[in-house]
Design a protein around this ligand. Structure first.
Ligand SMILES: [Mn+2]
Length: 272
């Protein structure tokens, strides 16, 4: 069983569904997906509904009856933890902090955390080749951060976590404590970077922040820079089908877009 964690609110649920369809396409082993969500007093965005997750679970079980989905509404905990902290409105969204709470809810051996703006291009079984027995996490460098912030600055959009170990070292709880004290620019990512001492750096194929290659496992649609024909900062997501085609020339998820429209008619529409 491969354990996967996704977090967020209703605004990015189509991203999670597309990601899951990509996992179902490539990963042969059964997958246990954990979805953590919240709604809070200082944001109007609703949580992902339990009904939406029930439907997603059905789609997953149709693909493999051994697949599982667990749903966690962490609203109260999130409110109590972050409401009165300087990081309650981080750069991207308060929802980016949800993952920091995971050790309070999830118990398994190893866990693959994936941002909602990622897609898998091959099976998640490849993660098992990474040895994190004596580490807290396996991480990839942040493509832009390694130039501009620090040369070993990592990207927290894909994390391969040794759950038992991070519970011992209290990595995620210490990251939360730091965010309670100090305003950080990339809140959760910098907090994890600050405290994670037992880490192994893995190749970009596990968190590809640029063009998809032949051996890519995860493609991450994070912010990027294109220099030619003119300087442009872009931040397009996999549900922006028009941008995938015209800007990135990515067509390899087209079968999944079709599936999404058939399987998830009641969820957010893809953007053409
Ligand atoms: Mn991301």
């Amino acid at each position: 069983m491969i354990h996967v964690l996704q977090t967020g609110n209703s605004k990015i649920f189509h991203g999670i569904c597309l990601n899951v369809l990509s996992i179902l396409k490539h990963t042969k082993e059964p997958v246990h997906l954990h979805i953590m969500t919240m709604e809070i007093s200082w944001s109007t965005v609703p949580k992902i509904s339990e009904a939406s997750c029930d439907h997603l679970r059905k789609v997953m079980k149709d693909a493999n009856p051994l697949n599982e989905l667990s749903y966690y509404d962490v609203s109260e905990d999130f409110e109590a933890t972050f409401k009165d902290t300087p990081n309650r409105n981080p750069k991207y969204s308060p929802a980016s902090l949800i993952r920091l709470l995971f050790t309070r809810y999830i118990d398994c051996d190893k866990l693959i955390y994936l941002d909602a703006d990622t897609m898998t291009c091959s099976g998640l079984e490849t993660f098992k080749l990474i040895d994190i027995e004596n580490k807290e996490m396996a991480v990839c460098l942040d493509y832009l951060g390694k130039f501009w912030i620090k040369k070993d600055y990592f990207n927290s959009g894909v994390l391969y976590i040794n759950v038992k170990r991070v519970k011992e070292t209290k990595l995620f709880e210490r990251a939360i404590d730091l965010l309670k004290e100090k305003k950080l620019y990339f809140s959760d990512q910098t907090a994890l970077y600050t405290y994670c001492k037992e880490k192994v750096y893995i190749p970009f194929r596990f968190n590809e922040q640029r063009a998809i290659k032949e051996d890519t496992v995860i493609k991450h649609f994070c912010k990027g820079i294109r220099y030619l024909p003119f300087f442009k900062v872009y931040n397009f997501k996999q549900w922006q089908v028009g941008k995938m085609h015209k800007f990135f020339k990515i067509y390899e998820f087209d079968d999944l877009y079709k599936q999404y429209e058939i399987l998830f008619p009641d969820e957010l529409k893809l953007e053409y």
